[in-house]
Ligand binder design. Structure first.
Ligand code: SF4
Length: 93
């Protein structure tokens, strides 16, 4: 059994994780935020370095910041979790 079998995105439309330019990746980040294997997925994404897509609760630019040492994964997650909350509140108002 792989960590992928525990992924919260197993039943989520893959397109959600590849938002069009300018679209807010709210749903993808919200799913990642509650995923039990976010850490494993983040490690994979930092190693494989996919150029597009939301993986491990991070956007491509987030992964770049981690790889270059500007942010830690924990800092990215905290930032993205706050952003998703703000986007959801904005959408609900
Ligand atoms: S962290 Fe996100 S992309 Fe990775 S397995 Fe979990 S839900 Fe899927």
């Amino acid at each position: 059994m792989s960590w992928r079998d525990e992924a919260a995105c197993l039943d989520v439309d893959t397109d959600v994780f590849f938002p069009a330019k300018g679209d807010r990746p709210v749903e993808a980040l919200a799913v990642c935020a509650v995923c039990d294997v976010r850490a494993e997925c983040a490690s994979w994404a930092l190693e494989v370095r996919p150029q597009i897509g939301v993986f491990g609760g991070m956007l491509p630019r987030d992964r770049h910041h981690v790889v270059t040492g500007r942010l830690t994964v924990a800092q990215v997650w905290a930032m993205r979790d706050r952003q998703v909350e703000a986007w959801m509140m904005e959408a609900a108002s």
